[in-house]
Design a protein around this ligand. Structure first.
Ligand code: GLN
Length: 447
């Protein structure tokens, strides 16, 4: 009730929810009370949570913030929805706003309108998980799910002062999470603290036979090690992440945080990830290629928007997709089909796959010498609404520090390390495969 009241009072200004499931939430809360009165309740039973509107929720609209899916009621639950609500007993407050099909870095491509940053309503909250972070930052949910294909958990967490973690690729099931770029997409959490994030991520993680890329491996305890000493932990600062283009205020806050960690006994050194400058161009070949294939299913026949008054099948496809998809999604589909076409495939897609391997090898080499990598999450604090809206390349460059982790499949997170002119600054931690507990413990040191 507390959160539903706050949503009622404040979300008109922030626009963090697409759908609020008030009635259902109160029913789930009653069921949680009953479960808590019996033995065997999960630690998270009864805790409210907001779901990014990319996860299928049985009987509840799942729009992916697209006109295409405005009327789509999911006929099944995503695995993570099942785990968090049915198994753990968390209460779903509603479905959060996002960039359309998770394509964007500012939450301005949503069919349901932009989301405002609670720290300054004239600024963006970041994207694509802008609704998830705005809801948590404004106290309209204690914790929210999010997804990260190229930075969509970490960059918005950075811009709103939260803690957000993208786990190792394959750690959390993608079943029921509407696909953008399948080899990059990972679900995760945004929360106020690393401790909150650890509890929820642990409950979401695990092998799922319904996702062919899910990894069969026991779930680590992400909570037990929080607060352990970091004495002797080797942290590398990739020099490419502190080069031109990084705002001075952000650099200062990140370096002050490095000093704090050094004071706690961490051993800091400089490392190099020489292929870093290639991560944005590589991603913007691989991600659109996969998106063009994944989004082929929205054809106006099987589900979603269907154009009226069409006479031929071709017209049905063209008009349904033309009306249902926004400009950024159409741009990605066109780029994706182009790089996959005969005659261009070798020059673009194949080349990008090769560079992706080199980016992975940079990390592999770095982790032979250090335990974790640390740098800024974003080049600057939150920008103004509309500032990058007409310039896709400027928008794409927002993800310059976050994209490489997705291309390599490694876990990464963002945690607040201070403020510049009243706006939050995030630092990014990246680790080797399955080092989530280590990352969360370092983030926990700041809290
Ligand atoms: N901003 C990036 C993009 O637009 C990443 C989005 C994401 O991680 N979902 O593709």
């Amino acid at each position: 009730e507390h959160f539903l009241k706050r949503i009622d009072a404040h979300d008109g200004q922030i626009n963090s929810y697409i759908t609020v499931t008030a009635e259902r939430a109160l029913k789930q809360a009653d069921a949680a009370d009953a479960r808590l009165a019996r033995d065997g309740a999960h630690l998270l039973t009864g805790i409210p949570l907001a779901q990014k509107d990319i996860f299928c929720t049985l009987g509840v609209r799942t729009s992916c913030a697209s006109k295409m899916l405005d009327s789509f009621i999911a006929p099944y639950d995503a695995t993570i929805v099942q785990k968090l609500h049915l198994d753990a007993g968390m209460v779903m407050l509603g479905k959060c706003n996002m960039d359309e099909f998770a394509m964007g870095s500012s939450n301005e491509t949503s069919h349901y309108g932009a989301v405002k940053n609670p720290w300054d309503l004239e600024r963006v909250p970041g994207g694509s998980s802008g609704g998830s972070v705005a809801a948590v930052a404004a106290g309209l949910a204690p914790v929210a799910t999010a997804t990260d294909t190229g930075g969509s958990i970490r960059q918005p967490a950075s811009l709103t002062g939260l803690t957000g973690i993208k786990p190792t690729y394959g750690r959390v099931s993608r079943f029921g999470m509407i696909a953008f770029a399948s080899s990059l997409d990972q679900a995760g959490v945004v929360a106020r603290t690393a401790e909150d994030a650890a509890y929820v991520l642990q409950a979401m993680s695990g092998f799922d036979p319904l996702d062919s890329t899910s990894i069969e491996r026991p779930v680590d305890d992400l909570v037990a090690g929080l607060g352990d000493s970091i004495k002797g932990l080797k942290i590398g600062l990739p020099k490419e992440y502190f080069a031109d283009g990084l705002a001075d205020g952000v650099r200062d806050k990140v370096m002050a945080a490095v000093k704090t960690l050094e004071g706690l006994g961490a051993v800091i050194s400089e490392v190099s990830l020489p292929n870093s400058p290639l991560s944005v161009p590589t991603y913007y070949v691989v991600a659109p290629a996969e998106a063009s294939s994944n989004l082929a299913r929205f054809d106006g026949v099987r589900y979603g928007h269907r154009a009226d008054g069409v006479k031929t099948l071709e017209q049905l496809y063209k008009r349904s997709r033309g009306e249902g998809f926004g400009a950024e999604v159409q741009r990605r589909i066109m780029v994706g089909t182009y790089v996959l076409s005969h005659g261009y495939y070798d020059a673009y897609y194949l080349q990008a796959q090769k560079v992706r391997k080199l980016i992975y090898e940079d990390f592999k080499r770095a982790f032979e010498g250090v335990d974790l990598l640390l740098g800024p999450t974003a080049t600057d604090v939150a920008f103004r609404l509309g500032a990058n809206a007409d310039d896709p390349v400027a928008m794409y460059l927002n993800d310059i520090y976050t994209i490489a982790a997705n291309l390599a499949g490694i876990p990464a997170m963002s945690v607040n390390c201070g403020f510049v002119d009243g706006l939050p600054v995030g630092l990014q931690l990246m680790g080797n495969f399955f080092s989530e507990a280590k990352l969360l413990n370092v983030a926990h040191q700041f809290q």
